[in-house]
Design a protein around this ligand. Sequence first.
Ligand SMILES: O=C(O)C(=O)C[C@]1(C(=O)O)C=C[C@@H](O)C=C1
Length: 263
Amino acid sequence: MSEGEFSGCTVAVIGAQGRMGRMFCTRLRAAGYAVEEIDRPLTKSSLAAGLAEAKVILLCIPAAVFDTVLQQIRDILRPPQVLVDITSVKVQPMRQMQRVYNGPIVGTHPLFGPEPKADEVRVAVTPAEGTDGEHVAMVEDMFTRMGCEPFRTTPEEHDEAAALIQGLNFITTVSYLATLAHKDEITPYLTPSFQRRLDAAQKMMTEDAELFEGLFEANPSSLDAVRSFRNMLNIAAGGDINVLVERALWWWRENSNTGGVRQ
Ligand SMILES: O=C(O)C(=O)C[C@]1(C(=O)O)C=C[C@@H](O)C=C1
């Protein structure tokens, strides 16, 4: 299939009314694709009609209903339709998709929410083994045309990285704030730097906790990530804070002419 054939083709978006689904429908149309919007209630006839002309089926659905929806579409999908998901973990959904469909499958994880800033548009792309390069390139091209920056990886590599970035970000925040909960006596001591951290955690805790909890449970690398963090806490508990600070300064290595080592 040439690039020309693919541009302007039909993409069926399942979960089109969700926040991510709505964003991708808008971006797909702006990029010149025909979009079939599919959302609840998912019926046999709405799915059959919606998927009939689609070259790509984009699943924008919560992990909790992933398997149910796959069961509903398994007999409707026809190779060479390309099945694409946007779930924030990859090992488990890739297996689920491969169990029900033997056509092209390209997993993706847009590393942003429904209202990304212009520089927050990276998309991890995890093709299933056996999916040919042409179909993977089609999907990468689709994201590029939507203004995103796709990069290719594997489900395992993705989940290890996501456990460290998304997983530990959540777990360390939850653990820290839980440690300090129910201690009215400490509130007079709140400082601006603590308040900044609390403010930064608000959305994650009050709006997205269920999402991150689900991702933690669904990511096979979560516990390894927690263990590496615990190793760092053990160093802190031993009093050797300097070792940790030197190591953490790696993040600002570009700003330092001493390669991350304090002056
Ligand atoms: O935009 C937000 O507030 C998000 O939480 C988006 C966010 C995140 O930042 O972890 C959440 C889930 C997706 O997997 C990717 C990005």
